[in-house]
Design a binder for this molecule. Structure first.
Ligand code: PHE
Length: 339
């Protein structure tokens, strides 16, 4: 190949590289000229056939082709890469599939907490909060819990070195709220609780409760039953019935456990409710006068009811979750089912 042919080829190569519309076209130009089977190796091979006097200049021109084209390709490649993410208007292709963004969703525990809060909000309750780290006084003493009550045991409650503890229920929020507010009181208190339970399908050392407290003149067990019936129907559907079973809690007298008719068989009896037709949902009762005394309320002037329920348990029932541990593993395959 003659010298001026090499120069022309160089011009052509540079022109083609400059005109390449995208990275792929640019790469094709590079391969055409500089690739192993491209034109430059061809020229190099041909140098030996040239008149020896012309060889140095021809070699020099061939090198110019190589260097200038390499530089231009490098430069333009960088341009394409930096422009890659922001497609220029001319390159926008409206027929391409859109980019898919995975949507997040609220955690089932959050969903149930918000639902419970909403239902009680309709009844005039507001939300109160208290600390996870509690004093023995707020968690037990003020709640009329005797010195030898098993729940105080080191085996059941997490104690800190300074003598405080991780609350084992949300009931201390009752105490804190009454200490700082005069009656009437109408609060619910959702929050985390801690117990030294060995994790299994239905137990976790860290779980959630919603506490409820309603205090005024002449609040009775009938108010508790009416409000919880409303709650049950809002949560589970209009056919749900509730029943009270006598129970004991240190901080309520009388105390009850509250069952809802089974959400699976609607009370007929099935495997889930162990053929009883009922599912235990929460603990409740009339606030014990000793609790009123502890917070400085006049126990002859006011009465009230309190209740506490486990959020996980309700989430598991409503969503059909078989193992409580799913709720804490944050596996997206699990969480994505509750969007
Ligand atoms: N604190 C009780 C528990 O954790 C529930 C409860 C709350 C019972 C309020 C009665 C009144 O089991």
């Amino acid at each position: 190949m003659k010298i001026d042919e090499i120069v022309q080829l160089k011009d052509a190569a540079l022109r083609e590289a400059a005109a390449a519309p995208d990275a792929q076209a640019l790469e094709e130009v590079r391969i055409k000229y500089l690739g192993r089977k491209g034109m430059l190796p061809e020229i190099m091979k041909g140098l030996k056939d040239l008149d020896p006097a012309n060889r140095p200049v021809a070699g020099q021109k061939a090198n110019e082709l190589k260097n200038e084209l390499t530089d231009l390709v490098t430069e333009r490649k960088a341009e394409f890469e930096s422009a890659g993410s922001q497609s220029s208007p001319g390159e926008f292709d409206a027929t391409l599939p859109g980019q898919w963004h995975r949507l997040g969703s609220r955690h089932p525990i959050t969903q149930i907490t918000e639902r419970i809060t909403e239902i009680f909000h309709n009844l005039g309750f507001t939300v109160a909060e208290g600390p996870d780290i509690e004093t023995v006084y707020h968690n037990f003493d003020a709640l009329n819990t005797p010195e030898d009550h098993p729940s105080r045991d080191m085996q059941d409650t997490f104690y800190l070195e300074n003598g405080d503890l991780l609350r084992c229920h949300t009931s201390p929020v009752q105490v804190r709220y009454m200490e700082t507010h005069k009656p009437p009181v109408r609060i619910i208190a959702p929050g985390r609780c801690y117990r030294r339970d060995t994790p299994d399908a239905t137990h976790s050392a860290n779980f959630h409760q919603v506490e409820g407290l309603y205090i005024d003149k002449d609040v009775s067990l009938a108010d508790l039953k009416g409000d919880l019936s409303y709650f049950a129907q809002q949560l589970m559907g209009p056919d749900v019935k509730i029943r009270f079973r006598p129970h004991f809690f240190p901080f309520t007298e009388p105390s009850v456990e509250v069952d809802f008719t089974c959400h699976v068989c609607h009370g007929k009896g099935c495997r889930v409710c162990k053929n009883s037709g009922w599912i235990e949902i929460l603990g409740a009762g009339m606030v014990d006068p000793n609790v009123f005394k502890a917070v400085g309320y006049d126990e002859y002037d006011v009465t009230g009811y309190a209740f506490g329920m486990g959020i996980e348990r309700i989430a598991m029932i409503l969503f059909g979750i078989q193992d409580i541990r799913h709720l804490y593993e944050n596996d997206v395959r699990f969480l994505a089912q509750f969007g």
